[in-house]
Design a protein around this ligand. Structure first.
Ligand SMILES: NC(=O)c1ccc[n+]([C@@H]2O[C@H](COP(=O)([O-])OP(=O)(O)OC[C@H]3O[C@@H](n4cnc5c(N)ncnc54)[C@H](OP(=O)(O)O)[C@@H]3O)[C@@H](O)[C@H]2O)c1
Length: 276
């Protein structure tokens, strides 16, 4: 497994996304995923499944210390007081002690960034998390957050796949020694996986389209990916991407698709995205 060293955090590059996984399905999938070899799990306050993620980790039989667990505070809870309450509630819900990485889920232009970054650092100092970071921050916002934060930020989690270039954010993450964690890394299982370039490489290499896309992401030094599946058979498929390499031409052909700039996650409260 590739590990990304990011300002003191050691992030297993491939993680399991858990958005929409609920109840027993979530417990079972997380436990099964860990048994299959996942060592990084991604949840959030907003997913409403932190307790089930905690139960799944406990049920896996693998030491908590071997799992890298991320959760996130929702954008409506970014004032100092709300953030503190939410971070504490997350840790209580998971029930396994501190998390490995606590993220601001989305920026909120109505709360001064300085206040939220201070609250994020306070959660670190209180031992609720071992590392801190952000999600859905643009490159200029990331520069601002890095300048404001006394403790270094470990990552920016953003949408990233072969239909969406993130050059500006990759550059900003590199400047600050941070990882860039790709969400919706297989394009939510849609059109991307059927694209002739992806499907063609998959056929040539005897791999699935999802494996080709994940491999392209993981071949980029500071990039990690957190694909989600509710299908136990696909857990292994999405993890099985460490025993082959794309040729330079294959990698470049996939990178060329990123100019399409097809964004799948763009809620009304999203920031003004980077143009490249
Ligand atoms: N920070 C944020 O704001 C943010 C936003 C969005 C997502 N996320 C995180 O990122 C994770 C992943 O993103 P995502 O859930 O949006 O999308 P994704 O992982 O790109 O795609 C998930 C979809 O792809 C399908 N799928 C999974 N493996 C497949 C395979 N091997 N072949 C074909 N289809 C496959 C799944 O269906 P089946 O279940 O049927 O397999 C599911 O419908 C989330 O779960 C969440 O943890 C974070």
């Amino acid at each position: 497994m590739k590990i990304i060293e990011a300002n003191g955090a050691r992030i297993p590059a491939l993680g399991l996304g858990t958005y929409t996984l609920k109840d027993e399905t979530c417990v079972r999938l997380v436990a099964q995923g860990i048994e299959d070899g996942y060592r990084h799990i991604d949840t959030a306050r907003m997913y409403g499944n932190e307790a089930e993620v905690g139960k799944g980790i406990a049920a896996s039989g693998i030491d908590r210390g071997e799992i890298f667990l991320t959760t996130k505070v929702w954008w409506t809870d970014l004032s100092a007081e709300a953030f503190a309450d939410s971070a504490r509630a997350a840790v209580d819900a998971i029930g396994l002690g501190p998390v490995d990485l606590l993220l601001i889920h989305w920026p909120n232009r109505d709360v001064p960034l300085e206040e939220t970054i201070e609250a994020l650092n306070a959660a670190l100092e209180q031992g609720l998390t071992r590392a801190i970071g952000v999600a859905n921050f643009t490159a200029p916002m990331l520069d601002e957050a890095a300048a404001l934060s006394p403790a270094p930020l470990a990552c920016n989690q953003v949408e990233y796949h072969p239909f969406l270039s993130q050059e500006s954010i990759l550059g900003a993450c590199r400047r600050h020694g941070m990882a860039m964690i790709a969400y919706s890394p297989i394009g939510q299982g849609g059109e991307l996986l059927a694209h002739p370039v992806i499907a063609g490489i998959a056929a040539t290499r005897g791999r699935t389209p999802a494996q080709i896309v994940l491999r392209w992401e993981l071949e980029q030094d500071i990039v990690g990916a957190i694909p989600r599946t509710s299908n136990p058979a696909r857990l292994k498929e999405n993890l099985d991407v460490f025993d082959f390499e794309l040729t330079e031409e294959e990698h470049k052909a996939i990178t060329a698709l990123t100019t399409k700039r097809q964004r799948l996650v763009d809620p009304a409260f999203a920031p003004n995205w980077d143009r490249i």
